[in-house]
Design a protein around this ligand. Structure first.
Ligand SMILES: Cc1cc2nc3c(=O)[nH]c(=O)nc-3n(C[C@H](O)[C@H](O)[C@H](O)COP(=O)(O)OP(=O)(O)OC[C@H]3O[C@@H](n4cnc5c(N)ncnc54)[C@H](O)[C@@H]3O)c2cc1C
Ligand code: SF4
Ligand code: SF4
Length: 428
């Protein structure tokens, strides 16, 4: 049978969930594995060989330029940013939503206003599961409470596009979807296959994504926070408390463990980077209608609530944003995209160039890499290879449970030095 199973086995699956949503005979289930989280598994006896899953899968075959042309009718002037119309910094004027957000609460405010104005019937979002606190729960939010329950970034694999199945079932509804770049790669491939889906989705809200770590990262953080028995965990919040937030585990006995502020856990992304993320070239969610990210500038840090970056990419996004500004639901200042690059340059360069060095190392290790890296003629600089080698080998060690336990005690400043060392290889 020709289906996505080899892509999963080659470790080239982004865990976007699109194959699950497209399969017409339910041959694909998202199975939970301790190591990889929710990952597709094909029942070969049920698979009819229709190959639809392969046509929507961004794991090994992805042409970002072709999809960019499909969506915008042109290629970007600056490939670092993707096609964009306007760039802002700002926040939600709803204090509760802003404080509870990962950064400025803009994503949730935009969704809430769309719901209130009946521009949408629901929004595809993700919260942490109540029954299984270490797993994500993707659902369609239909109220403010739903939206608030889904706030903050979830730093673990989230197969967001499984939620598209519910959207496709509703033949009249209109929806907004939130996702990471890889979710939108799958979504845009699926829209190519299914025009009706395109009509169902009114707005695609993308998040910037450096990369998303493996399941082992969450367990490592729990152990560092002093949680030995994961069954005692009631709820996890990756971006809790005063901005810039921290990782908090709420326990069933009513106490909590808090790694605060963010510098006490962000390094773990670099210890537990997923190999597929290390080959992902899209940082700013280039195929979304609008993309949002964390505004880290030091001079804004006086407040306990955060700020967000917002890039509009389509006319529809501009129209929604203008409406929200008129209603004073958001506060926005227009800025140059170079301000985003000034704070995230190393990751942006890693994505566009370092990924190629990583892919070469991965090929040398006998593993398959996605087509856009396999066919690329670009020759990375030597220092990109050194940085990429760290990204390849260190997470491979930390993936081993005994190894990550052995280094649980290492002080935060040492881990942050390691993180900064990697980033330095990719600064221009
Ligand atoms: C894995 C990951 C990596 C990121 N990397 C960067 C980065 O490198 N640079 C940067 O500037 N910003 C990054 N962000 C984005 C940033 O952390 C915020 O999500 C963004 O600024 C929006 O904040 P907000 O306050 O407006 O959103 P909120 O109001 O808090 O809403 C967050 C929304 O994001 C959705 N969401 C949360 N986690 C996920 C997930 N894993 N997959 C899909 N949807 C999700 C929720 O459903 C919710 O609707 C990343 C986010 C994630 C999840
Ligand atoms: S469609 Fe997404 S979840 Fe399915 S195999 Fe491909 S990358 Fe993985
Ligand atoms: S780095 Fe790319 S592949 Fe990994 S979670 Fe982010 S968008 Fe998806």
């Amino acid at each position: 049978m020709k289906n996505i199973q080899p892509i999963v086995e080659n470790d080239n699956c982004t865990q976007c969930g699109t194959c699950f949503a497209v399969c017409p005979v339910d041959a694909i289930q998202m199975k939970y594995s301790d190591r990889r989280g929710l990952i597709p598994d094909v029942n070969q006896k049920v698979c009819t060989n229709c190959k639809k899953c392969l046509r929507v899968c961004p794991g090994e075959e992805l042409d970002l330029n072709a999809l960019t042309r499909q969506v915008f009718g042109k290629l970007p002037q600056n490939p670092l940013y993707g096609v964009y119309r306007k760039v802002y910094t700002g926040y939600s004027t709803n204090k509760q939503i802003r404080y509870n957000g990962a950064s400025g609460g803009l994503v949730t405010t935009i969704l809430y206003e769309l719901l209130k104005d009946k521009d949408i019937d629901g929004a595809m979002v993700v919260k942490m599961s109540q029954d299984r606190p270490l797993e994500p729960d993707i659902f369609i939010a239909r109220s403010l409470d739903d939206l608030i329950s889904a706030q903050q970034s979830k730093y673990l694999p989230v197969p967001m596009n499984v939620g598209l199945r519910e959207i496709m079932k509703d033949t009249n509804g209109r929806y907004a979807v939130v996702g990471l770049p890889c979710h939108f790669h799958g979504l845009r491939l699926m829209e190519r296959l299914n025009n009706k889906l395109k009509d169902r989705i009114v707005l695609r809200i993308g998040l910037f994504c450096g990369f998303n770590p493996t399941m082992a990262s969450t367990k490592f953080l729990l152990r560092r926070a002093g949680v030995k028995d994961f069954s005692t965990v009631k709820e996890i919040k990756y971006r809790d408390g005063d901005w810039p937030c921290g990782f908090r585990a709420y326990l069933k006995d009513g106490t909590d463990r808090f790694l605060y502020p963010i510098k006490h856990f962000l390094f773990s992304h670099y210890l537990f980077e997923r190999q597929r993320c290390a080959m992902c070239m899209d940082h700013l969610c280039e195929l979304a209608d609008m993309s949002l990210g964390d505004e880290w500038r030091a001079d804004l840090k006086s407040s306990a609530a955060g700020w967000s970056f917002l890039m509009t990419r389509t006319k529809v996004a501009d129209q929604f944003v203008e409406k929200l500004v008129r209603k004073s639901s958001v506060y926005l200042e227009e800025i140059s995209p170079d301000i985003i690059a000034s704070g995230q340059a190393a990751t942006m360069i890693y994505k566009k160039r370092g990924t190629k060095a990583f892919a070469k190392i991965r090929s040398l290790m006998g593993k398959k890499v996605p087509n856009y890296l396999r066919n690329s003629k670009y020759q990375p600089k030597l220092r990109y290879y050194i940085g990429a080698a760290l990204v390849y080998f260190i997470p491979a060690l930390f993936e081993k449970d005994f190894f990550s336990r052995m280094f649980i005690w290492v002080p935060t400043n040492i881990y942050n030095k390691y993180r900064n060392a990697i980033l330095r290889f990719f600064r221009e």
